[in-house]
Design a protein around this ligand. Structure first.
Ligand code: G
Ligand code: G
Ligand code: MN
Ligand code: NA
Length: 254
């Protein structure tokens, strides 16, 4: 498989990069975090989306070295931005469910934090509901260990997965991210608006905060703010940016 061959090569010899999307406070427009997202431009294949890369990597086992590369790169970049005084917020990294099954996953995370010097309080890990529900007892144990290190845990794409609230409440979670498919509909679809309202209320009653994903318009932001949703991400503020572009964004935003 040519995609697999090129991905192996990119991992060994370079060609992968990360883009960073800002997370913003709805109350005062302050930067509250950034999410690292994988990017790959290959000489032969052109630009390949993470929606193609991640499933392939999961099927071939490449997700373990790839996931470690993403984590390490995000930590190095964030530690540097902290040292330069550019930011004081955490970086969020997406995890594949396959990584949770890695026997030494927590040790790998500890090692990367040690080696990059990033304070664990400035690392956030994003997992989908389905990822944690595959093996809830194991996932819970791992999340408790991560939490003990000071790492933040978010549930990504909330509302689209297999949700088990009885299980979810046992997990050490900090934050729910409302899937962008719901955000997209809030101004035109009463059901989407009701779902977003209910998810924010649920999160708050469980002492979790909320990030609305995919906010593209001022009206959507106002809606989220009126429900006291704490943070948002989306094109209204910025798409995910290459590191140099992200620095320019920071200079302008503050
Ligand atoms: O970057 P984009 O917004 O196109 O991302 C598409 C999907 O790929 C999203 O669901 C995102 O969570 C996922 N994704 C992007 N980067 C990573 C990564 O480093 N690891 C994992 N597991 N998923 C990622
Ligand atoms: O699943 P996850 O939330 O990690 O994926 C983030 C994905 O959402 C990336 O593909 C990113 O490029 C995309 N994205 C981020 N903001 C917006 C937005 O405002 N609108 C749309 N349509 N997509 C967005
Ligand atoms: Mn995410
Ligand atoms: Na998401």
């Amino acid at each position: 498989n040519v995609l697999e061959r090129r991905l192996r090569l990119a991992l060994e010899e370079g060609g992968l990069s990360l883009a960073y999307q800002p997370k913003i406070a709805t109350s005062d427009d302050a930067l509250t975090g950034l999410e690292a997202l994988l990017r790959w431009h290959d000489e032969e294949l052109g630009t390949v989306s993470p929606d193609k890369i991640i499933p392939l990597a999961e099927d071939t086992g490449l997700i373990l070295p790839l996931g470690e590369w993403v984590l390490r790169t995000a930590c190095i970049q964030t530690a540097r931005w902290h040292a330069e005084g550019r930011i004081t917020v955490p970086v969020a990294v997406n995890l594949s469910p396959v990584q949770l099954n890695q026997h030494d996953f927590v040790d790998m995370v500890k090692r990367v934090l040690d080696e990059t010097g990033l304070d664990p309080r400035f690392l956030e890990l994003e997992l989908t509901e389905s990822a944690v529900m595959q093996n809830p007892d194991r996932a819970r144990g791992i999340l408790l260990e991560l939490r003990r290190l000071g790492i933040l845990i978010s549930i990504d794409d909330f509302g689209t997965g297999y949700s088990n609230l009885a299980q979810l409440k046992r997990f050490p979670i900090d934050r729910l991210k409302i899937d962008r498919s719901f955000t997209a509909g809030v101004m035109r679809d009463a059901q989407d608006a009701a779902i977003v309202q209910a998810v924010i209320a649920l999160a708050h009653s469980l002492q979790l905060d909320v990030v609305a994903e995919g906010v593209e318009t001022r009206e959507q932001l106002d809606f989220i703010r009126s429900l006291q949703g704490e943070q948002y991400q989306g094109y209204l503020c910025s798409k995910a940016l290459a590191a140099e572009e992200f620095e320019a964004f920071l200079d302008e935003w503050q």
